[in-house]
Design a protein around this ligand. Structure first.
Ligand code: PLP
Length: 391
């Protein structure tokens, strides 16, 4: 069967491919530990689950406004006010199927075929494929462990062209955990605004920033530059709600209207029940975030100390999200020349699944997720160390 040409450029999600391999081994009865996961190991907090149950009991099960119920859009405004002191209105908010759909809506609204979208490396694995799906040209800005996986306006200036239309900035970063300070973020946003480049800020990990680092957000600059910046966020990572598929976008009223038009012709509203869960998450106490964050910080400290003590490994200390992104190139050999082959070796030898850096544009690194229990993390890192160093 002949499929549409656009599909030939798109790869299946790398995360899903690793998960499939892990499941296959497990089916064969082999115990595999996955440190390839991209979601919190916590359950959704009980008060949020109860709100969803109440929605079903109240038969809140019909179509809603495409951009989300009024309560959900107001709750998203509350979030930006409570966390950052940023004022917005429901007309600035769209509720979509995860941050992922907000991002895809934004790309479809902002990019014409052949427009360039600037993507810092390492990047979240879906960015290039989504960009290609809308016909845009991804232009990559390299960074690496020596720069703590961050980019500067000098790096951006080197790749800017007349076709540069959008800059896609992710902080804290999946996969590196790098988190920009507010000053660094402001400098990049100012550069983009000066050059008429629209900034999409992916802030889905914004609440997972570990002290002394402080959360930073493009929303602070958005208040003054609403037609130059849009922010995508979601409850997936912050509230352990990955399966609910509910995210929110902050943008100008005009852009929100266009995204709503698009969403109305594609998926319509997010599940009415998931929207009620989002309302509960964003409007209640944020203490549940604190508890999860404390666990992640402890694990980050442990995993980072362990991995960076391994010979030849370079691993900047990540300030956010729940990943380490060590540079492992010192371990490459003729038989194991890149991160993918190293990950295959570790899956077979240590029975631990990691994500190869190729999925994020950096074949010298591997992504280690520490969103697993303390014991699982300890045992898995010990198994990796044994497989790599025989000790
Ligand atoms: C950087 C980044 N952005 C966006 C998303 C999408 O999150 P969701 O659609 O679950 O809100 C993810 C999920 O892994 C991510 O890591």
């Amino acid at each position: 069967m002949k499929f549409a040409k656009r599909l030939s450029q798109v790869k299946p999600s790398a995360t899903l491919a690793v998960n499939a391999k892990t499941l296959e081994l497990r089916k064969q009865g082999i115990a595999v530990t996955s440190l390839a996961v991209g979601e919190p190991d916590f359950n959704t907090p009980a008060h949020i689950e109860l709100a969803a149950k109440a929605a079903i009991d109240e038969h809140f099960t019909r179509y809603t406004d495409v951009a989300g119920i009024a309560e959900a859009r107001s709750a998203a405004c509350d979030y930006f006010r409570r966390i950052y002191g940023v004022e917005s209105k429901p007309e600035n908010i769209i509720i979509s199927n995860g941050g992922k759909q907000v991002l895809y809506n934004l790309m479809l609204c902002l990019l014409d075929p052949e427009d360039e979208i600037i993507i810092p490396v390492p990047y979240w694995t879906s960015y290039p494929d989504m960009s290609l799906l809308v016909g845009a040209i991804p232009v990559y800005v390299p960074s690496d462990s020596t720069k703590e996986f961050k980019i500067t306006t000098d790096d951006l200036e080197k790749i800017r062209t007349d076709k540069s239309k959008v800059l896609l900035l992710n902080s804290p970063s999946n996969p590196s955990g790098a988190a920009y300070t507010q000053a660094e973020l402001n400098a990049i946003l100012t550069w983009a605004i000066e050059h008429d480049i629209f900034v999409i800020a992916d802030e889905v990990y914004d609440q997972l920033v570990y002290e002394p680092a402080k959360p930073a957000s493009a929303s602070l600059m958005w208040e003054k530059h609403k037609d130059k910046i849009a922010i995508l966020n979601s409850v997936s990572k912050t509230f352990a709600m990955t399966g609910w598929r509910v995210g929110f976008g902050l943008a100008s009223p005009e852009l929100t209207k266009e995204m709503t038009k698009l969403q109305g012709q594609t998926t319509s509203n997010v599940s009415s029940i998931a929207q009620k869960a989002l309302v509960s998450a964003l409007s209640s106490s944020y203490d549940c975030i604190k508890i999860m964050k404390e666990s992640f910080k402890k694990r980050r400290d442990y995993a980072h100390a362990e991995v960076s003590s391994w010979e030849g490994i370079v691993c900047p200390k990540p300030e956010g999200a729940f990943y380490l992104f060590p540079d492992v190139r010192a371990l490459f050999t003729k038989e194991m020349p890149d991160a993918s082959s190293l990950c295959t070796y570790l899956l077979e030898e240590a029975k631990v699944a990691l994500m190869p850096g190729e999925a994020f544009g950096d074949p010298n690194c591997v992504r280690i997720s520490y969103a697993v229990s303390d014991e699982t993390l300890k045992n898995a890192l010990a198994a990796i160390k044994k497989a790599l160093y025989n000790k």
